[in-house]
Design a protein around this ligand. Structure first.
Ligand code: 5CA
Length: 167
């Protein structure tokens, strides 16, 4: 038997994906991580790979509060650009975009795969109100080619965050 071929064909799910699936299962929600053959690194790529619209992609954007150094997670509709001035007023601190290293350190995941749940530490979270209109949403699930489908109702069940207008 060709062991290389065999190990390739029985490739295991990455530990990052397993972490996300375990967290979803632990919440008692029947949500399944799916790995796609093409990149889901950006909202645009994810929408194309899934066959949904960009606004239905739930982006997980990490910011850093400049005074406290705490991470801030914004779950935003794929079509929306976060108004950083508005966000800093809500957070009551100046904020900046997180570096790739900061994202990895606080969430445990790489950019392009950051899920809305299962982070290494608790992260203050804000939810884009525009997401709540969609019955079908898709979020990253640990790697840049894994996602899971959820509904806007699932957001409230799984995420302890404040709903805001991010635009
Ligand atoms: N998997 C997709 C769709 S679910 C995804 O994770 N999209 S995302 O928008 O949530 O994550 C990509 C985001 O990471 C970008 O919008 C951008 O804000 C951020 N990002 C990309 N490159 C960098 C970088 N070099 N440094 C800091 N942040 C980055």
């Amino acid at each position: 038997m060709n062991m290389n071929l065999n190990s390739e064909s029985t490739k295991k799910l990455s530990t990052s994906i397993q972490k996300v699936q375990a967290a979803l299962s632990a919440m008692g929600l029947n949500l399944q991580v799916v790995e796609l053959p093409s990149s889901t690194r950006t909202a645009q790529e994810a929408a194309e790979a899934i066959g949904c619209t960009v606004p239905q992609i739930m982006k997980s954007l990490v910011f850093r509060a400049k005074e406290s150094g705490k991470p801030i997670l914004v779950l935003a509709s794929g079509a929306n650009r976060v108004n950083e001035k508005r966000l800093s007023e809500i957070v009551a601190e100046p904020i900046e975009k997180a570096t790739a290293d900061f994202v990895r350190e606080k969430t445990g995941f790489v950019i392009g795969g950051v899920p809305p749940v299962a982070h290494r530490e608790m992260i203050e979270t804000y939810i884009d109100e525009d997401l709540l209109q969609y019955e079908e949403l898709w979020a990253a699930a640990g790697t840049p080619n894994a996602v899971f489908r959820l509904s806007s109702a699932d957001i409230e069940r799984m995420i302890n965050g404040r709903t805001i207008s991010v635009r």
